[in-house]
Design a protein around this ligand. Structure first.
Ligand SMILES: [Zn+2]
Length: 310
C-alpha cells in the first residue's frame, strides 16, 4: 500500500466514523403529551433490521432538577437517539432510567445512559427475570437485528421497587408502582403526579394485541386497579400515545377475559392444548395488529396457567 492509498483509507474511515457519530446523534422523534412528559411512538411491528428494534413507546419526564427516562428502546442506537432527544429539550442530568419490565424492546437502550451514572430502576423481580433470559435475549437480538444491535447490553437495576415508591425530579414527584403478575412478573408503572400522566409500560396495549408473558388472571385484576387510578393522560407500551384510555383498557380487558373464558371451557371439555390453540379466539384476528405473531402464544400461556385451577 503506497502513501496515497493509505491516506485514502484513513479519509474513508474518518468519513465512516463521522457518519456513524452523526447517525447515533440523530434525535428520536418525541411528542410532549403533557407538560414535562415526552413520549416516542414505536412502530407497531415486531423487531426487524428495518425498524432497528424501535417498536415500543419510550420517553422521559423532566423536572427542575433532573430527568427520568422511561424505557430505553430495543438497541443501544435507539437509546442514544432517545438521549439526543432529551438533550434537544434540556441540559439537566439524567438521574433515573426506569425499565417498566424485562422485555428486550424496553431495556436494550439502557447502555446509552451509562455515562450519565443514573439510578437504573425496576421492579424487585426485574433483575432475576433479566438474568434468567439474558442469553436468549442477546442471541435473539443479534439474530433479528444484526449490526443494528451493536453495543446493546442488559444493564441490571440499581434501585428496586416493591409495591410503591416515589422519586423526586425537582418540583415533580413521580410514583412508581409494581403490579400483580400480568404482562410479565415484573411490570412497573410510572405516574407523574403533576400532570396526571400514567406510563403503563406493557400493561396497556393499544391496537397491538396484548401479549401474555405472565398471567391472564393477574392482568385482569391489574386492569381494574389501573382504571381506579383515573389518569388524565396515558402512555401505553405499544400503540398510539395518549389514547382515549377507557376504551383502550376496555378492549384489552375484553380480549383477556374472552381468552380466559374460552380456554377454561376448552380445558373443561377435555381439549388438548393443540386443539385450544387451533380453535380459540380466531375471530379476534381483524381486531388486533400482530395477531398472527402473538395470539396462539397467548392461548398457550393461558392454557398453562388455567390447566390446574379446577
Ligand atoms: Zn413487553
Amino acid at each position: 500500500m503506497n502513501i496515497a492509498s493509505a491516506w485514502r483509507h484513513v479519509v474513508f474511515f474518518i468519513l465512516i466514523a463521522c457518519a456513524t457519530i452523526a447517525r447515533s446523534e440523530t434525535a428520536l422523534p418525541v411528542t410532549q403529551i403533557a407538560p414535562g412528559n415526552y413520549a416516542h411512538r414505536g412502530h407497531d411491528e415486531v423487531a426487524t433490521r428495518e425498524n432497528g428494534g424501535d417498536i415500543a413507546n419510550v420517553g422521559f419526564i423532566v423536572g427542575t432538577r433532573c430527568v427520568a427516562v422511561i424505557d430505553t428502546g430495543g438497541t443501544l442506537a435507539e437509546g442514544r437517539a432517545l438521549r439526543a432527544a432529551i438533550r434537544a429539550v434540556t441540559t439537566l442530568p439524567v438521574c433515573y432510567v426506569i425499565n417498566t419490565h424485562m422485555h428486550p424492546d424496553h431495556i436494550f437502550g439502557n447502555a446509552a445512559f451509562k455515562d450519565d451514572h443514573p439510578q437504573f430502576v425496576g421492579s424487585t423481580k426485574l433483575a432475576q427475570a433479566e438474568a434468567s433470559r439474558a442469553d436468549n435475549y442477546m442471541r435473539a437480538l443479534n439474530r433479528e437485528l444484526g449490526s443494528a444491535a451493536a453495543g446493546s447490553e442488559i444493564i441490571m437495576p440499581t434501585k428496586t421497587i416493591d409495591g410503591t415508591g416515589t422519586i423526586d425530579l425537582g418540583g415533580r414527584t413521580v410514583t412508581l408502582r409494581t403490579w400483580k403478575t400480568a404482562h410479565t412478573n415484573n411490570d412497573l408503572t410510572v405516574y407523574d403526579e403533576k400532570s396526571g400522566t400514567l406510563w403503563t409500560g406493557d400493561l396497556l396495549f393499544v391496537r397491538c394485541i396484548p401479549v401474555v408473558d405472565g398471567s391472564v388472571l393477574g392482568w385482569l385484576d391489574d386492569i381494574a386497579r389501573i382504571r381506579q387510578m383515573n389518569p388524565r393522560h396515558v402512555v401505553p407500551g405499544h400503540g398510539p400515545l395518549d389514547p382515549p384510555w377507557h376504551q383502550s383498557l376496555d378492549a384489552e380487558e375484553r380480549y383477556l377475559a374472552d381468552l380466559a373464558r374460552d380456554v377454561r371451557a376448552a380445558i373443561k371439555r377435555g381439549e388438548t392444548i393443540r386443539q385450544a390453540v387451533d380453535n380459540i379466539g380466531l375471530d379476534e384476528k381483524d381486531k388486533w395488529l400482530l395477531f398472527d405473531n402473538y395470539h396462539r402464544r397467548n392461548v398457550t400461556a393461558a392454557y398453562a396457567e388455567l390447566e390446574w385451577e379446577q
